[in-house]
Design a protein around this ligand. Structure first.
Ligand SMILES: [Zn+2]
Ligand SMILES: [Zn+2]
Length: 426
């Protein structure tokens, strides 16, 4: 193409597709509100140190995926790669710990990562998530899992399942780390090069490596479940008991891990079958150590995040179509100059009554107008021509079933709801 195109890794969401996004967003907002979560909107960019601190220095995101730049004031700024650290920052900055606890928040919006664009992956992508701050109760862990499931189910995803693990805590995890390193010590040569570098910095991350070689070496690896302290064990058992009490099935996956120290106890993923290897539609868990890492007071917290592009792929792979509603109630088609003036009045009257109405502006033939209206997915076309105008009438055509009827203009101006809400049949 000639001229300027959208930057690599970004995507325009055009009318026709944007309705799907709105539909998803409406469900996210409604379900979150139904669980008592309130929306928070944080800036799209933050001081870089929030993510260096918050996400951790040894992760892939910090190493190569952040959109970081120096602004004109010489400050290092980063476009947010995820939503949790900004929410924790806002909680601490605005002293939300002073209000009733726990504080239940949700967010929804674009995130940015400088990664190689591939199917379903963008440099600007969209996530929603919830964060419940100020509670150590395992009920909160269960609640966030339920919020995620409810959203996905309302969207129509089927056969969802939950994978669960516990990451332990600063008391019990170091012992597991040592046990893991002991096990891997004699097997380093068999690991992929990435995992070899992880061995010292972040051995836990080796557990979720997808390379065949690494998977093979991990066949008899010790599991964190055997290392949990009594508190972590009790917490994990309660999360499972609450899920079971609701008839929710789950599987325990000892390989499901997060590499960073601030993650504690529960970690979970929601899996939607049918998407191949990358089949998680939400990932979450407890991060009792993050607020302190951000320089704030100790704050237990739990949450999850879900990618909206991924979610659309998951729906598509399950053959689910999000409903595309006929957006416009009416398109006012006009033929002739005096019909134009009357059409304008009719369109205004319809809008005043709460109908969504568009009007012909280009002076095209009736045929062309009807074709245009059909493309706009309107419910009704109100046709005003010179002939109808002579009888002070208009024709209402129902675009869903093709039926039409002639109606007095006066009625259309005074009480259009009776005409547009009733089912027209020929
Ligand atoms: Zn523990
Ligand atoms: Zn590996």
């Amino acid at each position: 193409m000639s001229g300027i195109s959208a930057p690599r890794g970004t995507k325009d969401i055009l009318p026709g597709e944007v309705e799907k996004w709105q539909y998803m967003e409406d469900i996210v907002r409604r379900v979150c509100a139904g669980y008592g979560y309130r929306e928070i909107r944080t800036p799209l960019f933050e001081h870089t140190e929030l993510f260096q601190r918050g996400i951790g220095e040894a992760t892939d995101i910090v190493e190569k995926e952040m959109y970081t730049f120096t602004d004109r004031g010489g400050r290092s700024i980063t476009l947010r790669p995820e939503g949790t650290a900004p929410v924790v920052r806002a909680y601490l900055e605005h002293k939300l710990y002073g209000s009733a606890q726990p504080v239940r928040l949700f967010y929804l919006g674009p995130m940015f990562r400088y990664e190689r664009p591939q199917a379903g992956r963008y440099r600007q992508f969209h996530q929603f998530g919830v964060e419940a701050l100020g509670s150590q109760d395992p009920l909160m862990d269960t609640e966030t899992i339920l919020v995620a499931l409810t959203i996905f189910e309302e969207l129509g995803l089927e056969n969802l399942h939950i994978e669960l693990n516990s990451m332990g805590c600063p008391q019990c995890r170091p012992r597991y780390r040592e046990g893991l390193k002991d096990y891997l010590k004699g097997r380093l040569d068999g690991l992929c090069s990435v995992c070899q570098t992880r061995y010292e910095l972040n051995p836990v991350r080796i557990l979720d490596c997808k390379e065949d070689a690494c998977r093979k070496e991990l066949e008899g690896v010790p599991e964190i479940g055997d290392y949990l302290c009594p508190e972590c064990r009790g917490h994990f058992e309660l999360v499972q008991r609450y899920l079971t009490s609701l008839g929710r099935s789950f599987s325990l996956n000892p390989r499901l891990v997060r590499g960073l120290d601030y993650y504690t106890k529960t970690v979970f993923e929601v899996i939607a079958p049918g998407m191949g290897a990358q089949n998680a539609v939400a990932g979450g868990g407890r991060y009792d150590g993050l607020a302190e890492e951000c320089g704030g007071r100790e704050t237990p917290a739990v949450g999850f995040a879900a990618g909206m592009e991924r979610l659309l792929l998951a729906l598509e792979s399950q053959g689910k179509e999000l409903p595309l509603p006929r957006e416009l109630d009416a398109f006012v088609a006009v033929v002739g100059d005096s019909a134009r003036t009357m059409g304008l009045k009719v369109a205004v009257a319809l809008r005043q009554r709460g109908f969504k109405a568009a009007m012909e502006t280009e002076g095209r033939s009736l045929r062309a107008q009807l074709k245009a209206a059909d493309r706009l997915l309107v419910k009704h076309v109100v046709i005003i021509g010179e002939e109808e105008l002579g009888r002070s009438a208009a024709i209402i055509r129902n675009m869903e079933d093709g039926g039409q009827q002639e109606v007095p203009l006066e009625q259309l101006l005074e009480a259009p709801e009776r005409l547009l809400l009733q089912k027209i049949s020929d």
